[in-house]
Design a protein around this ligand. Structure first.
Ligand code: NIG
Ligand code: FE
Length: 391
């Protein structure tokens, strides 16, 4: 039999089950305990009523919440883009063109270098409370380089996304249609075995609405589920294509018309907001309040990548979303846990109720609100991933 652990004396427990505790969407239980058996949560409730177990951990008045679900990152890459960031902070704008710099560095890197880089950013994320993460290809843009990125990513997560359609490969700059044919043909065949998702950067300078639809549809025919980079730098068709194809998530959602918001509210597609990108590109913030008030499901993620958002910190993104995007601390914490799970169409992560994976983050603070209230402070003092203490 697997061993069991009870974590007691949790001042504030975020369960994300509204039928528990205070009845809010976060299902807050005060003076709580969680019982873990093997890799799952088996019991959640009042600390005084916790059943006896093999091991006991005293949270000593700390807050606990589900491990963060970072549903959007680009972690298979080499090099960095310090100069580009410096130039932006001196007034230059962000364009998708910088992606080519990372493509060149990534192609030149060995498998071992890519693996070491990925492991480093995953460790950063874990120490900041992330227990589930999605990551993408998109810095290879050849059949071999995209398949290699996905193979490396798949050794670390089930949530792997094929993004051969990040930009038109520099090798096909004169013939974008030929690149789309490659992405939907030979490259897709080589990449599909390693991936769960297919993504496309639908934006001026990358792929238009018709190309995005064709790419996502081709992926779906190979068993991949669509998600999309949509409406990041400008208004455009991305969100509408996402809802039309029942994509799990439309990511960025910075420039939205009323029709885009209505489409999201009327479908199942989650709007994933990535405030690290607006921070690092000094762009206007996405309006989370508008989406939430329309009834759209919102996720919050890092978009960790060396160009537009070089942060692996979900707590940082929560603080930005609360301060600048109109979210309450409760909403931001929900979006970074249950929201991320929804964006990955998962119900086994992002909540701390019986049956869910025992992915739990302990804060050196009495409440989850401190994630926004104490920005920049390393509050994560313990992390359990699949029932095992990892931090
Ligand atoms: O999500 N928008 C497209 N892709 C990334 C940026 C990648 C880069 O600049 O390297 C993003 O922001
Ligand atoms: Fe991205």
């Amino acid at each position: 039999m697997s061993s069991s652990t009870v974590i007691t004396n949790i001042a504030t427990l975020v369960t994300n089950d509204p039928s528990l505790g205070d009845g809010s969407p976060l299902g807050l239980v005060r003076d709580a305990a969680v019982v873990i058996e093997g890799d799952r949560v088996v019991w959640t409730g009042d600390s005084s009523k916790a059943p006896a177990t093999d091991n006991r951990v005293d949270a000593d008045g700390r807050a606990a919440l589900p491990g963060f679900v970072d549903s959007h990152s680009h972690l298979v890459f080499a090099g960095d883009r310090t100069e580009e960031f410096n130039a932006r902070m001196s007034g230059r704008g962000y364009t998708a063109g910088g992606i080519r710099t990372t493509v060149a560095a990534t192609r030149a890197a060995t498998d071992e270098e890519l693996e070491a880089n990925l492991t480093r950013y995953l460790s950063e994320a874990l120490h900041q409370g992330t227990t589930t993460f999605e990551t993408k290809s998109g810095y290879g843009l050849t059949v071999a380089d995209e398949a290699r990125a996905l193979r490396i990513a798949a050794q670390h997560t089930d949530e792997v996304t094929y993004l051969g359609a990040h930009i038109v490969s520099p090798d096909h700059a004169d013939d974008p249609a030929a690149y789309v044919a490659l992405v939907t043909g030979e490259m897709l065949d080589a990449c599909a075995p390693y991936a769960r998702w297919i993504d496309v950067f639908c934006e001026q300078g990358a792929f238009d609405g018709d190309q995005a639809r064709a790419i996502l549809t081709a992926g779906r025919a190979k068993g991949l589920h669509p998600r999309i980079h949509a409406n990041q730098l400008s208004y455009g068709p991305g969100v509408q294509v996402a809802v039309e194809l029942d994509a799990a998530s439309a990511d960025h959602c910075t420039h939205l018309t009323d029709a885009d918001v209505d489409a999201l509210a009327g479908g199942r597609t989650v709007a994933t907001l990535l405030p690290g990108a607006e921070f690092s590109t000094r762009a206007a913030w996405p309006n989370a309040r508008r989406l939430l008030d329309a009834g759209v499901t919102v996720a919050l993620s890092t978009d960790c990548n060396p160009g537009s958002s070089f942060t692996s910190s979900v707590p940082f993104c929560i603080a930005l979303a609360v301060r600048d995007m109109g979210m309450t601390p409760d909403e931001a914490v929900w979006s970074a846990t249950a929201g991320g799970a929804a964006a990955l169409r998962r119900d086994d992560v992002g909540r701390l109720t019986p049956g869910a994976y025992a992915d739990l983050t302990l804060l050196d603070a009495p409440s989850h609100v401190h994630l926004a209230y104490r920005p920049g402070v390393p509050l994560v003092s313990g992390v359990w991933k699949r029932g095992v203490r990892a931090v």
